[in-house]
Design a protein around this ligand. Structure first.
Ligand code: SF4
Length: 336
């Protein structure tokens, strides 16, 4: 097993080593962090929080949330930004879906994000394993909102439809970067293919899923290219967007060409909302799953999923599943 670094194609001298003040990693100060850590260890689960060296893990784990990474900790791709190791993957663990389900139950999660390494060694790219995990989680915890962050399954419709048949509430597939930089930043994935996958996933369930995507900034993309990527996502029916700062995991990875200021992230958020995204998380430390529970799919999506799950699996999701998000207390006070 080796941590194969990506092929460097960008000029490494572009890297800006000194992090600005706004890139601050908070250290654990909360016992919940350690109980999340021991639960994950007990259940022998893998998280993208650790594998991708996410800067938010102290905060998220301290709040009792984590993002589960299924299908192993070795990826068949070698993207230039990603800290997950590239190696020949192990066989799938047939009890992993149940272990993820048990974790959501013990953590009493209302919203779970499940991701996976790219499994190009498997004909279905790991789609069946995603399906089993969604079903196990829902069985253990019917009221939960299920978000999947998936690879592109090499654009195989039959694999994608396996995942969609399990009726996740939120289908997340990251664009990662603008079109021009995609060949330098992503391994094998293609910009247009990712857009197509997002559009097809939604069409497969007659629009009854929220689709979400994310872009890292600071890799040398231009302002106009970011706006173009937003337009492309909107044109492919994506309604939730995340924008965060790329941080270099090791010296073998792509350089950080620019640190985007918090004000610029705020401006991009305003632009994205004006373009029609329903929910945008934008900030230096925003990652795909950061504060994921802040977004809740529309009522018609929740209702359609409830009806489908009841009909196909006989599971009642219950009224809590359809409950609208808690109203902001200050607004409640005004209304009262
Ligand atoms: S932002 Fe996502 S990947 Fe990072 S620690 Fe939080 S849950 Fe884990």
């Amino acid at each position: 097993m080796s941590n194969c670094g990506p092929k460097m194609k960008m000029d490494p001298s572009l890297h800006r080593d000194k992090k600005p003040d706004w890139i601050k990693v908070r250290l654990p100060n909360n016992p919940a962090f350690w109980s999340t850590k021991s639960l994950i260890t007990d259940l022998k689960l893998v998280t993208v929080c650790e594998e991708a060296q996410c800067p938010n893990r102290w905060e998220c784990w301290g709040q009792g949330t984590a993002t589960f990474m299924i299908a192993g900790d070795k990826c068949t791709r070698a993207c230039g930004f990603c800290a997950v190791k590239t190696a020949k993957p192990d066989a799938l663990e047939s009890d992993e879906p149940q272990r993820v389900a048990e974790a959501t139950r013990r953590m009493n999660l209302r919203h779970v994000v499940i991701t996976a390494v790219a499994r190009d060694d498997l004909r279905d790219g790991g789609a069946e394993h995603f399906k089993q995990t969604i079903e196990a989680v829902r069985q253990a915890n019917p009221k939960i909102i299920i978000e999947v962050l998936v690879p592109d399954f090499n654009d195989r419709d039959w694999a994608l439809s396996m995942v969609m048949d399990a009726r996740p509430h939120i289908f997340n597939h990251n664009l990662e970067t603008v079109e021009r930089l995609t060949p330098l930043v992503r391994s094998r994935a293609q910009y247009q293919r990712s857009l197509t996958v997002l559009k097809k996933a939604k069409a497969m369930v007659n629009g009854k899923v929220a689709t979400k995507s994310g872009i890292m900034l600071g890799l040398g993309e231009r302002h106009d290219e970011i706006l173009r990527a937003m337009d492309d996502l909107i044109a492919h029916d994506v309604t939730v967007l995340t924008l965060g700062q790329y941080l270099r995991p090791t010296q073998k990875h792509l350089p950080v060409v620019e640190y985007i200021t918090p004000d610029a992230f705020d401006e991009y958020k305003a632009i994205a909302l004006a373009k029609g995204f329903r929910h945008v998380a934008s900030g230096p430390l925003v990652r795909s799953s950061y504060h994921a529970a802040d977004f809740r799919p529309e009522l018609d999506v929740l209702e359609a999923i409830e009806a489908d799950v009841r009909a196909s699996h006989g599971i009642e999701l219950g009224p809590e599943h359809l409950a609208l998000p808690a109203i902001n207390p200050s607004i409640a006070k005004t209304i009262a």
